[in-house]
Design a protein around this ligand. Structure first.
Ligand code: NAD
Length: 452
């Protein structure tokens, strides 16, 4: 691996990755490689966890194509120096910000969207003029093997390479001299990455998870809220970092809301082997989820099948914040629905947990929305919807506190993989004499008029 890094560093320092043409060319290569292997990518995702071709396109490939197209459209402008105003003490001068690639980047992906979460940051990194080593998740082995083949065959490893590693192999990778590590995964492993990077003062981006709440107030459109919530919760069988983890619904509409959710689940016909619904990724996660599924608290669903790694979309009621299902990020198709009487109390319970990656508000009252948005700290979210905020490239995507640091997507991704170099470009036709010795009282008087 050290050889790959050394080649990448030499390639980068020779400025092979810097020109607009080279950046666009590598993005085109990436898009063409994906396009000409769509069927194989679909098969790999199906083999790893039964994901359908429809969802592979909508939640992985389509998003990547869109990210590449938009990035290419914006790139020329993003690469230009950005002029900013010059303050009085520096006059006459021009001030501007240059974006400079960081260098050799390690991108570590998660398994739940194994193509998108590895390659979307790579799009930003390559667009910003970097070299990249990709480390896919070992928990989606068919995708990892296919991506290895596609990257090996279609890219110069000095520019874009892929290496497969398990946890201990990845820990070794973290000890190498990267210029930036971009990690997507759990908060637990995020801490390992952060500690390893700190030893060499390597900057990190951490895209982590958390327990993302949905708050459903009496002013919402109950049916539509249930429809959107159910879609976002059971997409990818609940294995989505920004899936609503649990719902807090006002007692006055609790029964109505539960009925609407049940109706939506039935309408969607989620069942084992169906193209509407995928499997749990592996036995370890299946076991973990089944332990969280308290049969006494199942309101709807609860059917499981170990052989097929299937867990039916399940709504749990009578749950409290002390239950096991509320002690960790669920990351599966279990939806605890808890009633609340008073919005302040509900917000206090949510705030007692770590800051989540997302939060969702279902309400048609502006004052409620304003209050919740200002009271809760979370990475990003939506009002009257779930998950979809991350599909808008004009919104930065990332967490806060325990749910991560640093955001990407679109221009934010470009900036994430760039250093913003500040330049004061001084003119020579005038020199303000105030800062130079002799340091007289008169000069100080003038300085005090300027710096006040
Ligand atoms: P994970 O933390 O188990 O694994 C992520 C990556 O870290 C994998 O590539 C894995 O090989 C590597 N890894 C595992 N153990 C390691 C170790 N000891 N040292 C170094 N590397 C190690 O996460 P996961 O199970 O793949 O994904 C689920 C988690 O990721 C959830 O918490 C979810 O919320 C979060 N997630 C976040 C985002 C986001 O964009 N913020 C997206 C998807 C998933």
């Amino acid at each position: 691996m050290e050889t790959v890094i050394n080649h990448q560093r030499a390639y980068f320092l020779d400025k092979n990755t810097w020109s607009l043409e080279r950046r666009c060319a590598v993005l085109n290569d990436l898009k063409n490689t994906l396009k000409s292997n769509e069927n194989r990518i679909e098969d790999a995702l199906k083999a790893d966890f039964g994901k359908s071709a429809f969802e592979t396109y909508t939640t992985e490939l389509g998003m990547l194509y869109e990210e590449i197209s938009r990035t290419k459209r914006g790139l020329r402008k993003w690469m230009k120096p950005k002029p900013v105003a010059t303050n009085l003490v520096n006059w006459p001068a021009q001030s501007y910000i240059l974006t400079e690639p960081l260098g050799v980047n390690l991108i570590i992906g998660a398994w739940n969207y194994p193509v998108l979460l590895l390659l979307q940051p790579a799009v930003s990194a390559l667009a910003a003029g970097n070299t990249v080593v990709l480390k896919p998740s070992e928990n989606a082995p068919h995708v990892a093997a296919l991506l290895q083949e596609l990257i090996d065959q279609n890219f110069d490893p000095a520019h874009l390479a892929l290496v497969q590693a398990d946890a201990s192999g990845t820990e070794k990778l973290l000890a190498l001299p990267w210029d930036h590590i971009f990690f997507t995964g759990s908060t637990h492993v995020g801490k390992i990455v952060y500690q390893a990077a700190a030893k060499q003062l390597i900057p990190v981006t951490l895209e982590l998870g958390g327990k993302s709440p949905a708050i459903v107030t009496p002013s919402c459109d109950v049916k539509l809220s249930a429809k959107r919530l159910v879609w976002g919760k059971f997409l990818n069988a609940g294995q989505t970092c920004v899936a609503p983890d649990y719902v807090m619904v006002h007692e006055s509409i609790r029964v109505l809301f539960l009925k609407a959710c049940t109706a939506e689940i039935e309408k969607a016909q989620y069942c084992s082997g169906s193209h509407n619904y995928c499997q749990i990724i592996n036995d370890r996660h299946w076991d973990r989820l089944v332990k969280l599924l308290d049969p006494d608290k199942v309101f709807y669903g609860g059917t499981i099948d170990q052989q097929k790694r299937f867990i039916q979309p399940t709504i749990m009621t009578g749950v409290t914040f002390d239950d096991p299902v509320m002690q960790e990020e669920i990351f599966g198709p279990l939806l605890p629905v808890m009633g609340y009487q008073n919005l302040d109390d509900a917000l206090a319970s949510i705030k007692a947990l770590e800051k989540p990656l997302a939060a969702y508000i279902f309400s048609s009252r502006k004052d409620e929305v304003r209050k919740i948005l200002s009271d809760l700290s979370f990475g990003g979210g939506a009002v009257n919807d779930v998950v979809m905020h991350l599909t808008n490239p004009n919104l930065p995507f990332g967490g806060v506190g325990q749910s991560g640091q640093g955001a990407y997507h679109g221009h934010y991704g470009y900036l994430r993989f760039s250093h913003q170099k500040s330049i004061l470009h001084k003119n020579n036709w005038f020199e303000l004499p105030l800062k130079y010795a002799p340091l007289t009282a008169k000069k100080l008087k003038w300085i005090k008029k300027i710096l006040k």
